[in-house]
Design a protein around this ligand. Structure first.
Ligand SMILES: NC(=O)c1ccc[n+]([C@@H]2O[C@H](COP(=O)([O-])OP(=O)(O)OC[C@H]3O[C@@H](n4cnc5c(N)ncnc54)[C@H](O)[C@@H]3O)[C@@H](O)[C@H]2O)c1
Ligand SMILES: C[C@@H](O)[C@H](N)C(=O)O
Length: 343
């Protein structure tokens, strides 16, 4: 017990030391695929920590005026290796956060494009990181597991035989990153996220219902769900996801027993989410019409075991289901007031 406390104290002291060093000499960070659900919020989070000019957002999408006002934004196609090289060199990039991807549902609709963006894109990223000795973060997902994996709970290391091109590309990314780490010493870091929930529009995944339900219930009082009411999936509010990412990026290498960790906050079903919302919103009506996303959800983890992340780098989720519902109701209401009912 004493030993455990001593260890924890020295870890915190060490972490504080290395974090304060990062504050004095902040890393230059490039986020690819940065105009999606996670990228915009991630830039806000890291700019607050390391300074606006030190975090460059990039994507192939024309940015809004607000994005341009908020900090550096550059066009970069993840398939253009030379373009990526130029940005890393011109801006003296230290860390790369690689968000470009086609998510699970949209990937099934265009497999050749998903292969290019998710797999060829990853090849570019990993070579770039090796060439310029970058610390590289690549998110993986609960979608990296499949019907042969244990689903409740799903441990960090187990069978991975996903049945979507998205899942296949994420297992590929995990293995490639680990290989480059052991072979070339690359500082590759990867978290497997559950469904991430925020008020921003999601990118075409299987867990998107948990965002759409807030928008539709607050606008129309009714939501038609594409998953069955009892479909249990792991989930996390974006604040927890970005804190996990940021804390994980700062952990000294010698504390990491793995390059790839499961993280999660909670698990719930559409029915349980509806019940949690009904505590705060009157007259909620949810109907169910499962589509092809049901098959994907049925092959994914129901409960995610993140005990290795908790053990190795003190990961702790902070936002539970009730807090998530209250945060989302507040944030989505604010968006509706700002943009009108139809947006
Ligand atoms: N949102 C989640 O629930 C979740 C959960 C687990 C993992 N992840 C992972 O996190 C990352 C970000 O997810 P997200 O939800 O923000 O996705 P998203 O779909 O909202 O954003 C992806 C971005 O990639 C960009 N992109 C597509 N093709 C590109 C190309 N050729 N070059 C450069 N950019 C390109 C898109 O324009 C888009 O802005 C993804 O890798 C995803 O797999 C997300
Ligand atoms: C879970 C995650 O990878 C994404 N939200 C998807 O459903 O595809």
């Amino acid at each position: 017990m004493l030993l455990k406390n001593l260890y924890r104290t020295s870890f915190k002291t060490f972490r504080y030391y290395s974090v304060s060093n990062l504050m004095k000499n902040p890393p230059k960070i490039l986020i690819t695929g940065g105009l999606g659900q996670l990228g915009v919020e991630c830039a806000k989070y890291l700019r607050y920590k390391y300074g606006t000019e030190n975090v460059i957002l990039s994507d192939i999408i024309k940015p809004s005026e607000e994005i341009v006002k908020d900090g550096p934004y550059l066009f970069v196609d993840i398939l253009d290796f030379k373009g990526l090289q130029k940005i890393v060199v011109d801006h003296r990039v230290d860390w790369l956060i690689h968000f470009s991807a086609l998510l699970s549902a949209i990937g099934e609709q265009n497999v050749p494009l998903a292969v290019r963006v998710n797999i060829e894109g990853m090849h570019n990223v990993i070579e770039l990181a090796k060439q310029y000795k970058l610390r590289v973060f690549v998110p993986s997902t609960i979608g990296a597991f499949g019907p042969d994996s244990p689903r409740n709970p799903t441990p960090n290391i187990t069978v991975q035989r996903p049945r979507t091109i998205y899942g296949v590309s994420k297992v590929h990314a995990e293995l490639l990153g680990e290989y480059y780490h052991y072979k070339f010493g690359l500082d590759f870091r990867c978290l497997r996220f559950p469904g991430v929930i925020s008020s921003d529009p999601p990118g075409g995944g299987t867990t998107d219902y948990a965002i759409a339900i807030f928008h539709d219930i607050l606008r129309k009082g009714h939501y038609q769900c594409y998953l069955k009411p009892e479909t249990r999936l792991p989930m996390m509010h974006v604040k927890d996801a970005l804190r996990a990412l940021s804390e994980f990026l700062e952990v000294p290498n010698d504390r990491l027993n793995r390059r790839v960790y499961n993280v999660t906050s909670m698990s719930f079903t559409p029915e349980e989410l509806g019940d949690a919302m009904a505590k705060y919103v009157d007259d909620i009506r949810i109907t169910y019409q499962p589509d092809s996303r049901q098959e994907i959800a049925d092959s994914w983890p129901q409960v995610f075991d993140d005990s290795e992340a908790r053990r190795d780098w003190d990961w702790q989720p902070e936002i539970d289901l009730d807090n998530l519902v209250r945060l989302m109701l507040k944030e989505v209401k604010e968006k509706i007031v700002a943009n009108g009912l139809s947006s």
